[in-house]
Design a protein around this ligand. Sequence first.
Ligand SMILES: Cc1cc2nc3c(=O)[nH]c(=O)nc-3n(C[C@H](O)[C@H](O)[C@H](O)COP(=O)(O)OP(=O)(O)OC[C@H]3O[C@@H](n4cnc5c(N)ncnc54)[C@H](O)[C@@H]3O)c2cc1C
Length: 455
Amino acid sequence: VTGRERLLIIGGDAGGMSAAAQARRRAPADRLEIVAFEKGDYTSYGACGLPYYVAGEMDDPEELVSRTPDEHRSQGIDVRMRHEVIAVDLDARVLRVRDSDAGADRSEPFDQLVFANGAEPIRPRLPGVDAQGVHGIQTIGDGIALREHVVKEHVGDRAVVVGGGYIGLEMAEAMHERGMLVTVIDAGPQPMSTLDEDMGALVAAAIRKIGLELQTETRVQAFETDEDGHVRAVVTEHGTIPADIVVLGTGVRPNVRLARDAGVKIGPSGGVKTDPRMATSVPGVWAAGDCVETFHRISRRPVAIALGTYANKQGRVVGENATGGYATFGGVIGTAITKVCAYEIGRTGLNEEEARDAGFEFVTATIESTTRAHYFDGSPEITVKIVAEKRSGRLLGAQIVGREGAAKRIDVMAAAIWNEMTADEFVQLDLGYAPPFSPVWDPTLIAARKAAAMR
Ligand SMILES: Cc1cc2nc3c(=O)[nH]c(=O)nc-3n(C[C@H](O)[C@H](O)[C@H](O)COP(=O)(O)OP(=O)(O)OC[C@H]3O[C@@H](n4cnc5c(N)ncnc54)[C@H](O)[C@@H]3O)c2cc1C
């Protein structure tokens, strides 16, 4: 018996390993034992790179891994791979863990526990969804399976991506770059439903310009298979689309079954309920990452938004608090960026629908400009849209669609929205200018000026 405290972590990716690393920095191994259980084959892998692995940006999937199990072990974190936590007993403070290599279950006692078991993909329950060739994309294993399929068997064939969110579009780009004919299907009026329809329309036009097919307001009804059980077509309400590969980009939801079954409170948005220190409803039990519900600073509502940036920050907060420190997670404003081929997309804060839903009265201002001075050859275009509160002019949200240099401009808008700046105040900001980087009035400033004039 060592008398050490035991911190157990469920899930070995962004949220879990950030918590482990921060806890280890603060507490020596003779005081705190840290064990992370990961049911899969990789730790700290960041699924964010998967589209670029499928596209062929790098050849070794290990390159996606920022820290291997051995690297974690060398830091004094005991990582148990292919160990799935199958039950949590919060009264006895014991986990039931299945070791898939040994084919045996074991009990693991804990003093403190972290839920960092991520999100689960939403798989539409449609006929044929389990056919060969219908790929989800969440783990490195999924990425490897899809890439093998794309590279070895089907270059030049037809791919259908179901769901036009950012993951769907990144996967569409990857398969387009592999030479496949790609169709994106979305049930909504435009792809990228986190943008307003007018900005989504710009994304739709960009996708079509690239040479991808896009079918909006189209629901998938079934997947047709051949006699070998391989997908051959996607059946929609508007017709049948031939497909050799299907990728599901149909979203995720917080993975809360274990936590809920154990008696941990789940919040209204479907994630594990946490306080600002990432403590759950049960003392000594913490949660971080895609499995949690967090607080939206503008709508002032609970939200579950699955982003790696949040998982890393929340994990760090958990590691600090679980070792007697004090840290809080300040909530989110939904900042996200992505790209499809040469087109870049960014969004932050509330879009029109979200602002309305949160009870704000608002104005919107949309401007078109370029990301460099006009005299640069092929000066890339950019459209910026701002949502600002009526009368006060407070910035509530921003969306950007454009080419090179467009998307990362959302960060300056995010900083302003985070700090509750008004459009008037934003216009005064001292932003950098030189012709290769922006016109003399940065596009974000032009948009803010227009919003300020409208309020
Ligand atoms: C294709 C793709 C692209 C993305 N791109 C971006 C991006 O560009 N920017 C961004 O911010 N975010 C992006 N994300 C989201 C980001 O990857 C996630 O938000 C982040 O990985 C969440 O980290 P997490 O640790 O909470 O959960 P996860 O990364 O899902 O990790 C949870 C881990 O828990 C393990 N686990 C689950 N249940 C158990 C159990 N019972 N026992 C043991 N282990 C278990 C899982 O195997 C998994 O490894 C992307 C996601 C995908 C899929």
